[in-house]
Structure formats: structure tokens, C-alpha cells
Design a protein around this ligand. Structure first.
Ligand SMILES: Cc1cc2nc3c(=O)[nH]c(=O)nc-3n(C[C@H](O)[C@H](O)[C@H](O)COP(=O)(O)OP(=O)(O)OC[C@H]3O[C@@H](n4cnc5c(N)ncnc54)[C@H](O)[C@@H]3O)c2cc1C
Length: 388
């Protein structure tokens, strides 16, 4: 039996614990928060995530709590359609990738994971300060002055990971030069929305606005506004106050449907968007990284949480595989499966920013060709199957 300490009970940590249910390893989750809460925003769950739900024990729960979005529309700032892709319409997405695309509330995803896991193995108010590698195991020192010892530490502690400082002291979150504003609305309040059951992305020079329905019956809509800038992020926190009227004015000439969406977004709170610098390895000694701690990325593909699920499942598979004898060999197998893919998604998400923020001009015609051929260009994201 291996004593596994998972630092962070966010998306990746909960998914790993769920995938380890029934194994003979002892898995304990340590979370710095005093209660497990989540900001009430929505989440896009593509087939490479939903195909893992059975193994995580949440397939039925999430089927009841999600909607299957009809299509994805890419529009210019005046509302004209630049590109379009069917999703649930004509069953296109399930036929292409065998699993559904869901729009869901993050709170529902988290609640489903907690429902299958229970809370017995979750220790709250445990903030990791440092890790010490000793002959008896990795010793985790907590902010409350206590410590615990484990045979394996899973760093699922997000973009500002403390475990990562042990694995690679030079790695860090790097500001991408982009920021975001978020909101959630009742779909019935958005009478200007051209396609309330679809995902819509309005793209303009240096910024884009998206919305997608979430939850059963399409009752809610998640809204995210992305803008280039500021050039530097001068703050310790990653959510800071913003001048709401100045942000709103940027969209004055856009499709009136966007103006209506903005009424439901907290424009007075700007989220800085970071990505994690590349590392030589995602593991060192008894410590390994998953999720944002390893490959924190821009959210433009809607793949951050899903790729933490992919990591969690791959790590659970190697941990349960008796054919791989040592922790070192297990972590090497995990890294072999996951690192190149995690870095590819991270890079593609970064590249997508320039594509979504093009100024007017002939480049936009080329973009329309790319976006109208989503399966050809992006199936590699959706069809991934873990091979360890
Ligand atoms: C605007 C925006 C929109 C997004 N939309 C999507 C989307 O549609 N689809 C998608 O898949 N992803 C999306 N993402 C990305 C997604 O939210 C993250 O990639 C995902 O939550 C990463 O999971 P994680 O488990 O690695 O980290 P997190 O979910 O951030 O969890 C980390 C946990 O570790 C805890 N922790 C941190 N430090 C310590 C410590 N020292 N000690 C103990 N505990 C600690 C934290 O409290 C937290 O609970 C979006 C992100 C943003 C910013």
C-alpha cells in the first residue's frame, strides 16, 4: 500500500481521488481552503473529458446536470457569422468522438465528484508550505505547524503550486498579456442572443466575448470577455478591480447582443491570465505534478480542467498497474504519456489568442477557413484516449 498525499482538492485532485476509488492505496486530499467552494461559473466539457466520467463515477450525475449544446458559432463584432460547427445538432459531435460535449456549472461538477468520493479523506485548512524528502518519505509541512508523511505527493495545487517549487524551483506562472471578465446569466434574460442553445464567440480586434449555455434545460449561460492587456501584471493577486465603464466602452460598436451579455458580467473585476513555464520534468523524487500546476494555460480551448482529468486518470492507471514496480518507473510512465500532450494543448491555447483577436483584414478570411474546418484542425484534442 502506498500513502498518497494529494495537495489541492480542485478539479485535478478530486478527479485523481475519484479514479483511485477501490484501489488498495491510501489516498488523502489536503486542501488549503476551510471549505470546498467554487466560483459559480460554467465549464465546457469536451469528449476527451466526458469519456473519463464513467471511470470517475460521475457519468450519470453529469448527464443529469448538463446540456448538450447544439452548435458553435464564430461571429465578427457586428454579429455576422464567420464560421459554424454542429455539435449536438444531428448528433454530429457524439458521432465524431463517441462521447458528448456538455455545458455545465463548475459547482455541479465539483458536487458530483464529492458525491462519489465523500469527505472522509479530505483534510481542510491544510496549506502546504514546504516539502522535505527524507528516507521515511516526503514530509509535508502545513501552515498550521503540523506535518504528514507520504510515499507519493501529487501536486494538484493549481497555477501557483507549492509542490512545483520542489519539483522545479525555476518554473513559474508567466503572465500572458491577457485578462478576462466573467459572468453567469439566466438564458431567458438574454432575448437578443441569436442562438441561445449554442456556443457563440464574437471576435474583434484584440478581444473576444463568448457565451455558452450550462446546466440542464439550457437555463443558464456562462459569459467570458477576453481582452489583450495589460502589458504587465503588477499585482500579487490574480483578480483585481477594473474600471467597468472603460471596459464596457470598448464594445460600444459591437453587436447589440454583446452589449446585453455585458450587463451580466462583472466588469469591475479583472482576472489576469497566466501560463506555467516549460519544465524539464513534471516529477522529482516522490513528488509529481498534475493539472494547472504542471501546464496552467490560457482557457481558449476550454481544456484546463479537462486536461487535469486526463492527467489524473493517467496517473491513477500507472499507480494501479502492478506491472510497473517502482514509484520512479510509474512517474516516468505517467510523464511519458502526459507531458508532450499537456504542453501541446498549452501552446495551442496560446496560439489561439492571436487568431481570435485578429484586426480587420485578409487574415480574417484565412481564419474563417480554419474555424470552418474544426474537425481537421482540432480533432487531436477531442479524440485522445489514454494509453497507459
Ligand atoms: C476564465 C477561465 C475560464 C475557464 N474555462 C474553462 C473551461 O470551460 N473548461 C476547462 O476545462 N477549463 C477551464 N478553465 C481552466 C480550469 O479552471 C483550470 O484549468 C482547472 O481548474 C485546473 O484544475 P487544477 O486541479 O489543476 O487546479 P484548481 O482547480 O485551481 O485547484 C487547485 C486547488 O489547490 C488548492 N491549493 C493551492 N495551493 C495550495 C496549498 N499551498 N496547499 C493546499 N492547497 C492548495 C486550491 O485552493 C485549489 O482548491 C478556465 C479558467 C479560466 C481562468
Amino acid at each position: 500500500m502506498t500513502r498518497i498525499a494529494v495537495v489541492g482538492a480542485g478539479m485535478g485532485g478530486l478527479a485523481f481521488a475519484a479514479a483511485m476509488r477501490g484501489s488498495d492505496h491510501e489516498v488523502t486530499l489536503y486542501e488549503q481552503a476551510h471549505e470546498i467552494g467554487e466560483l459559480g461559473a460554467g465549464i465546457s466539457l469536451w469528449a476527451n473529458g466526458t469519456r473519463l466520467f464513467e471511470e470517475m463515477g460521475i457519468a450519470e450525475l453529469m448527464a443529469a446536470k448538463s446540456c448538450e449544446t447544439e452548435a458553435a458559432y464564430f461571429r465578427n463584432e457586428d454579429g455576422s457569422v464567420a464560421a459554424e460547427q454542429s455539435l449536438a445538432r444531428d448528433n454530429w459531435y457524439r458521432d465524431a468522438y463517441s462521447y458528448p460535449y456538455y455545458g455545465a456549472l463548475r459547482t455541479d461538477l465539483q458536487a458530483s465528484l464529492l458525491e462519489v468520493l465523500g469527505t472522509d479523506n479530505i483534510r481542510l485548512a491544510k496549506q502546504l508550505i514546504t516539502i522535505e524528502d527524507t528516507a521515511e518519505g516526503a514530509v509535508l509541512h502545513w501552515a498550521d505547524g503540523t506535518s504528514d508523511t507520504a510515499d507519493l505527493v501529487v501536486g494538484a495545487d493549481g497555477i501557483k503550486s507549492v509542490v512545483r517549487k520542489f519539483v522545479d524551483p525555476d518554473a513559474r506562472p508567466v503572465f500572458t498579456g491577457n485578462s478576462a471578465f466573467r459572468g453567469l446569466a439566466k438564458t431567458e434574460e438574454l432575448d437578443l442572443l441569436p442562438e441561445p442553445r449554442s456556443f457563440t464567440d464574437w471576435m474583434g480586434d484584440g478581444m473576444h466575448v463568448l457565451n455558452f449555455p450550462v446546466g440542464p434545460d439550457f437555463k443558464h449561460t456562462t459569459i467570458v470577455v477576453f481582452v489583450d492587456g495589460p502589458e504587465q501584471w503588477e499585482h500579487e493577486e490574480w483578480r483585481v478591480p477594473a474600471d467597468a465603464e472603460a471596459v464596457r466602452a470598448l464594445f460600444d460598436d459591437w453587436d447589440p447582443a454583446v452589449g446585453q451579455l455585458l450587463e451580466h458580467v462583472t466588469l469591475s473585476e479583472r482576472w489576469g491570465l497566466f501560463q506555467v513555464s516549460l519544465m524539464d520534468s513534471w516529477h522529482r523524487g516522490r513528488c509529481v505534478l498534475i493539472g494547472d500546476a504542471a501546464h496552467g494555460m490560457l482557457p481558449h480551448h476550454g481544456q484546463g480542467a479537462i486536461s487535469s482529468f486526463e492527467d489524473a486518470i493517467a496517473l491513477a492507471h500507472v499507480m494501479k498497474d502492478d506491472g510497473i514496480a517502482t514509484i520512479d518507473a510509474k512517474l516516468a510512465a505517467y510523464e511519458g504519456e502526459r507531458k508532450a500532450r499537456g504542453e501541446r494543448i498549452q501552446k495551442s491555447s496560446r496560439d489561439l489568442n492571436a487568431c481570435l483577436h485578429l484586426p480587420e483584414g485578409p487574415q480574417r478570411d484565412k481564419r474563417a477557413v480554419v474555424l470552418n474546418a474544426l474537425p481537421e484542425n482540432f480533432s487531436w484534442l477531442h479524440e485522445y484516449v489514454c494509453s497507459v
